[in-house]
Design a protein around this ligand. Structure first.
Ligand code: URA
Length: 203
């Protein structure tokens, strides 16, 4: 158990935190990452929305369905990858997290990634891309780019992606998104037959 200021983590999960007064007000629960604790591939979103806040799991709404579809297309199942967010509590009215809220949650992400030690992190959309790359990012232009990022003492390889929700508003982003996820699966060396069983199981 790790206690940092007014927040507590047990393993990869934040079990209590009161750092962001507006988020404490708007959340019904803390939404932690899901998936293997030794995943090679981590997907990083922005913050939980209404569905995630309700179910306590990241990417379970419409964006999550697009992500699931792209994972399947890339030969992966959700159970093969870790999915987490920059901020673990739902912002009011689904607004973007503030820079103070991102900073308050950064240490939790830092610890989660350090314990997982993934091959690759995919940043889903502008907020997670800018949070991890620590610069402004034109996600549509930079989608698929591989970059080295630093979080705390550690470096990670990351791939920039558009947010899956962008494919719902702009059909032209769909191909970009699906191609980026397939590229990421390839880079991380985790492609399976999509059944959740590693193809190594065939041998
Ligand atoms: N969008 C995100 O960025 N994260 C979620 O968990 C759901 C939607």
């Amino acid at each position: 158990m790790t206690s940092a200021d007014d927040g507590t983590m047990e393993g990869l999960a934040v079990t209590s935190c009161e750092r962001c007064p507006e988020l404490v007000e708007s959340r019904s629960q803390i939404v932690n990452g899901t998936g293997p604790e030794d995943a090679n591939l981590v997907f990083l979103g922005e913050a939980p929305g209404a569905n995630e806040d309700d179910q306590g799991e990241p990417f379970v709404g419409r964006s999550g369905s697009v992500l699931d579809e792209a994972l399947r297309d890339a030969g992966l199942a959700r159970a093969d990858v870790r999915i987490t967010n920059c901020v673990r509590c739902r912002p009011p009215e689904n607004r973007n997290p503030t820079s103070a809220e991102l900073a308050n949650c950064r240490g939790y992400l830092q610890r989660e990634l350090a314990l997982i030690d993934p091959e690759l992190v995919v940043t889903l959309g502008k907020v997670p891309s800018e949070h991890l790359l620590d610069r402004s990012v034109a996600v549509t232009k930079e989608a698929g780019d591989v970059v080295d990022v630093r979080l705390g003492e550690r470096s990670y390889r990351a791939v920039v992606s558009v947010h899956p929700a962008a494919t719902l508003y702009d059909g032209s982003q769909r191909e970009t998104f699906f191609e980026t996820i397939a590229h990421a699966a390839d880079l991380a060396g985790v492609a399976t037959d999509g059944s959740g069983q590693s193809s190594l199981g065939d041998f």
